[in-house]
Ligand binder design. Structure first.
Ligand code: SIN
Ligand code: FE
Length: 291
């Protein structure tokens, strides 16, 4: 297998000019790689430097976010709503231009998810083990079933004083899934309808979502795995952009502050290699359909 971290020298987001040599790299991320662009800087205007402050958030939410393809800002201190909206809209547009250039096969199939700005330091954040993203995990959401769609995420470290975003990444998805799947029971009959009726979930939780949540929880709860499983550290310096399928790559955020992130959803059928999707891998391991 090639190196999980693939570094490319691009300096431009869209396809204009000489700063955009990389394209057609779908297989890098579909194979579980982290595509790192250390020179792809997201520029802030002089005024926007004021937004590099945890006080930009309202203190209740840990992130400030722009919802889907709307202009709705959540989690911001009222004094900073307009400025954070402008910042996140620009990040969303540049991320879209970037993924359409890097992954032309996905054009017309990418659905825009949330943009999220995270001004809090990772260190010292008090959370439950289930929400603790310093533990290796794949992304899965208790209330938001995604029915097998892929989670493609574009991250950028905005730290103004040199602090890297410090990540760990783990073993390939199939190895990880094969380790935990035998112990996971099937969803209880009737539970998807009940969870939906009780508004615990926003739509019916598919069997796929059930297994992904179980994998997410079991790996986070397994202290021995967290310590001993194959893994490596990656430091992502300020000014670095990186792209990853976060439903596939085991990842943990160990340190850093001031991150911005854009999520895209994609149907597995739109992949270059649909067999690489977590849903396909889980179906193969379990020998039955999950959607
Ligand atoms: C995560 O997706 O688990 C956290 C990523 C980050 O905050 O760096
Ligand atoms: Fe995550």
């Amino acid at each position: 297998m090639r190196d999980i971290v693939q570094v490319v020298p691009d300096t431009a987001w869209d396809a204009s000019g000489d700063g955009a040599p990389t394209h057609d790299v779908e297989s890098v991320i579909e194979d579980g790689g982290v595509l790192v662009l250390p020179q792809l800087r997201f520029e802030l205007s002089p005024d926007e430097h004021q937004l590099l402050d945890p006080g930009v958030a309202d203190g209740k939410a840990k992130n400030v976010s722009l919802r889907g393809s709307s202009d709705d800002v959540r989690g911001a201190n009222p004094a900073h709503i307009d400025a954070t909206r402008a910042l996140m809209r620009r990040y969303r547009a540049q991320s879209m231009a970037l993924v359409e250039r890097l992954f032309p096969h996905y054009r017309g199939h990418l659905q825009c998810g949330n943009t999220s700005y995270r001004p809090m330091p990772i260190e010292g954040r008090v959370t439950s083990w289930r929400k603790d993203d310093t533990r290796l995990h794949v992304d899965a959401f208790p209330s938001n079933p995604i029915h097998g769609r892929r989670l493609l995420r574009v991250f950028h470290n905005l730290h103004p004083r040199g602090e890297p975003r410090r990540w760990r990444v783990g073993e390939p998805f199939e190895t990880f899934a094969a380790r935990y799947l035998p112990a996971i029971s099937r969803p209880l009959p009737g539970s998807p309808a009940l969870l939906h009726a009780l508004r615990v979930t926003k739509s019916r939780r598919s069997a796929y979502d059930h297994y992904m949540l179980q994998l997410h929880d079991r790996v986070k709860a397994d202290a021995a795995y967290q310590r001993d499983a194959p893994q490596r550290r990656i430091d992502l310096a300020p000014g670095t952009t990186w792209v990853v399928y976060s439903d596939q790559v085991l990842h943990a955020a160990m340190g850093g502050q001031f991150l911005i992130e854009q999520t895209f959803y994609l149907e597995p059928s739109a992949l270059k290699n649909p067999a690489s999707a977590p849903v396909a891998v889980l179906q193969k391991l379990l020998g039955r359909p999950l959607l």
